[in-house]
Design a protein around this ligand. Structure first.
Ligand SMILES: Nc1ncnc2c1ncn2[C@@H]1O[C@H](COP(=O)(O)OP(=O)(O)OP(=O)(O)O)[C@@H](O)[C@H]1O
Length: 255
């Protein structure tokens, strides 16, 4: 299958500290790719470069046939790059539905406020967006929580709301920054099942950061291992698991 995402020699540093060091790899259309590596390896920075939150110092990215050196986050979203964050960036005082609708605000004609509060100019757009939000809410099993205020929900449910908000724009590429952080084993298994189902049902290509190697080996078809911003390994789970450099750099250390 063709690559949906290609990184070519991407580098990024913060005041002389190298976060990403001449990194190149590709992610196949329709696959689940996991980024693993110790704290500070550059994983979150890399997601930030791909969706335009950070600007790389050098190198370029090809996404769905479009080559860019830097991109604005809004443009990345419109091209089909969706994103969740390591620490939920949800609107805590708004309902689940309003948060999911917020994921559509960059796509329509209406303003952000008009989109989440379902008021304003374009009634047809409002109806389409509301139907899309409700479909994603149902798909992720969030119906019972639809009108509840996000801050009142358990953490595991909030992580699902974050995923719903990213998914509602129907991204081609979904970047998930530690979607299972802080979860117990049952919640991780449930989130892992949901991520697989999103991938299977919608064909969404997924790049995710996850520290639990057991989960990663079961979920991802492709694993990229980073250490000090460099690529240590890149391949199928079996290859990566048996790579001596990976064992030394990551699997051998307790995270
Ligand atoms: N905004 C920033 N300003 C300065 N330095 C930063 C910034 N973001 C990241 N860094 C530095 O870049 C390096 C890579 O950090 P990054 O957060 O990308 O790693 P990570 O692999 O995601 O780590 P973790 O697993 O802890 O989330 C680290 O040295 C970090 O301190």
């Amino acid at each position: 299958m063709a690559a949906l995402l290609e990184l070519h020699d991407v580098s990024l540093s913060f005041r002389g500290v190298t976060a990403i060091d001449a990194l190149s790899f590709s992610v196949e259309q329709g696959s689940i790719c996991a980024l693993i590596g110790p704290n500070g390896a550059g994983k979150s920075s890399l997601l930030n470069v791909i969706n335009g939150v950070y600007r790389a110092d050098s190198g370029d990215i090809v996404f769905d046939g479009v080559r860019f050196e830097a991109i604005r986050p809004g443009k990345a979203a419109r091209l089909g790059i969706g994103r969740t964050f390591q620490h939920n960036a949800l609107f805590r005082r708004l309902s689940v539905r309003e948060n999911v609708l917020a994921g559509l605000s960059r796509l329509g004609q209406a303003s952000f406020i008009e989109t989440i509060f379902r008021v304003g100019r374009d009634a047809a757009e409002r109806r389409t967006f509301a139907a899309r939000a409700d479909r994603v809410i149902a798909f992720l099993g969030l119906e019972a929580h639809r009108d509840r205020i996000v801050s009142t929900l358990p953490y595991g449910v909030q992580k699902r709301v974050d995923l719903a908000r990213a998914l509602v724009s129907e991204p081609k590429l979904l970047l998930l920054d530690e979607p299972m952080a802080g979860m117990n084993q049952d919640e991780k298994a449930e989130m892992s099942r949901i991520i697989s189902e999103v991938n299977r049902t919608f064909g969404t290509t997924i790049v995710l950061i996850e520290h639990d190697v057991g989960i990663v080996l079961g979920l991802a078809r492709h694993i990229v291992v980073l250490d000090y911003g460099r690529k240590v390994a890149d391949g199928a789970p079996d290859q990566v698991r048996d790579d001596p450099e990976v064992i030394a750099a990551y699997l051998g250390t307790v995270h």
